[in-house]
Design a protein around this ligand. Sequence first.
Ligand code: TMP
Length: 209
Amino acid sequence: MRTSRHFFSLEGIDGSGKSTHIEKLAAALEAEGYSVVRLREPGGAKISERIREILLDASFKGVMADKTELLLYNAARAQVIAEIIQPALDAGKIVIADRFAWSTFAYQGYARGLGAEYVQKLTEITCGDCFPELTVVLDLTVEQSRARTAKRGGAPDRLEQEKADFFERVRQGYLAAARDYPDCVAAIDVDRPFEEVSADLIKLVKSRL
Ligand code: TMP
């Protein structure tokens, strides 16, 4: 897979602190004069946000077929690439995505069991050459994730209702990606003070600029 310069994504199971880390990372890059576009996946464009609502709807638990799930994540991604990501990269901006295709690899490929090769074929169709040059996995154990997310309010969405063994497989998927694709996936341990993790993340991203 060819990668796109200045395109970065953050990955991790729930509670890894992705969104807070993205804010700090973007602020650090903007302070150096870079123009930064942030987005979340699934989402980031109006159509993609509508697809997100379907994907996370808790009433579809046990109803949505695994292949439907896989295709909807890819449909949401195709739209945000065409509408937001590729135009921003073409304009010389930095793009930081809160999740991208490695989520599909870990959640649908590994945890749902659809398989890495199968997911990869579809990723090539969806993304073409629009793929992050670096993805940072914010790694934590499933127990740490549960402890962190237990403090949150609100009803769990369809994915959040999955059991611990599902998230263990997601985590193993991410670690396999970091092991097998070291040029474009790096895992960092987030069971450390926030500032320390943030400094490591910013350093990793800046090393690619
Ligand atoms: P989040 O943005 O709140 O993390 O919610 C997105 C959920 O969707 C999260 O549980 C991870 C899951 N997901 C997949 O299963 N596959 C994907 O390709 C993406 C982008 C997310």
